[in-house]
Each structure stands twice: as C-alpha cells, then as structure tokens.
Design a protein around this ligand. Sequence first.
Ligand code: TYD
Length: 228
Amino acid sequence: MTGQEFDRTARFITFEGGEGVGKSTQVKLLVERLNGEGVGTVRTREPGGTPRAEAIRSFILSGQPEGWGAGAEAVLFAAARLDHVHELVAPNLAAGKWVLSDRFHDSTRAYQGLNGGVDTKLIDALEILALDGHMPDLTIVLDMDPEKAFERVDQRALEDGVPRSADRFEREDLDWHRRLRDAFHDIVDNNKERCVMLSADKSEGELAEEIWSVVVSRFPEIERAATA
Ligand code: TYD
C-alpha cells in the first residue's frame, strides 16, 4: 500500500444489538483488521467515549435514574452522545480517522424508544440534537436469540472465573429482551441503506469474516488500497 493512493474519506461505523451478542469483540477485531490494511481508526463506545459521557454512563448503569423513567434516560443518553460526537467522533473523522463505535443512536431508539415507550418524535428530536449531522455511514446490527446470548455470556464468565453482575438493562426479563430484538429488526427494516443485520449465532471468526465482507463491499477503497 502506498498511502498516497488510499482514498482517505473517513468512515463512521457503528455496532448495535441486544445484550451479549458479542459487539465489543467484533468492534475490536474490525479495528485490528482495518489497521492491518493501513486505515487509521479510533475505537469508542456508548454510552461513553469522553470523560463527561463516561460520567453519565456510570450514573445511568448504576440504575439510579431508572425511577425517572425511559424519557429521562433517553435525555441522559442524548447528553452523553452530544459530548461524544463533538469531542471525539467529529474531530477524528475530520482528521481522516475511521471511527468505530460500540453502540450509538440506534440503541436509544431501541431501548428507550421502541422498547421503553418514549415517543418517536422525542427520539427523533434528541437524535437531531445529539448527532449534529453525524449519521453513521454503516451500522452493523448483531442479532441473536436473547436466551442463547445470555447463556453464552454466562459461559464466558464461568470460563474467565469472573462472576457476572447484571447492570441496569441486563436485569430486565427475557420478554423485555425479546422485544428489544424486535425493536432492532424494526430499525434495520426502516434504515436499509445504512444498516446490515447479521446473525451472531456463530463463531467469532466466522462472524468477523462476514463483517469484513460487508465493510469491503460498502467501502471498496479499502481493498483497492490493500492491493495497490
Ligand atoms: P454496556 O455494558 O456497554 O452494554 P453492552 O455490552 O450490551 O453494550 O452497557 C450499555 C447499556 O446501555 C446497554 O444495556 C445498552 C444501554 N443503552 C441504552 O439503553 N440506550 C442507549 O442509547 C445506549 C447507547 C445504551
């Protein structure tokens, strides 16, 4: 790769899905692969990514604002996102780095909107505020039966010898997580240009290959650069 021939148009890729579908691992694997192709990347997550957003993350995941209702949670997630976009996402894209985020705005629509009952118009308005025009170029939604996903998470915790403590949303019952899965299906159906849904019920390696194929077919400049 010569570097000069590489089309440096930075891309913003987000990963979404229910609990325990393996997003974090896949974001990490994609970052490593992109770096191997000479693409500069920044890996981040939501809620979080900046000190102010991480502070909001701790507060939400502690469960303290739960009693305030899903509307208040949506506002808090949006406040965290606003800071994340302004302080991390936008500057890195402007600097030519590809930004990969473990969750982004679709999580608010799924968790607080479609599943939490917050009015779509409010979710739309918060999205305009928090994204400030930074819509992801590609969103990969990992899909899996929640019962299986939780079994997998428990199995991993057992293997690692680390007891798993459920956070705010993991404590919800199985029906809640099934509705969440449906919510992500709705989002993909309504955003076919941007979103790709992949089954996460397979090995990490197989899924990583599928994700790589999606990324290369969306952004063929990567392969052109690698073979140049
Ligand atoms: P995290 O430990 O990052 O979960 P995961 O590994 O599943 O991504 O915790 C983030 C939690 O916050 C997760 O349960 C999803 C939830 N969430 C929302 O409810 N709304 C949002 O807008 C975002 C970004 C996350």
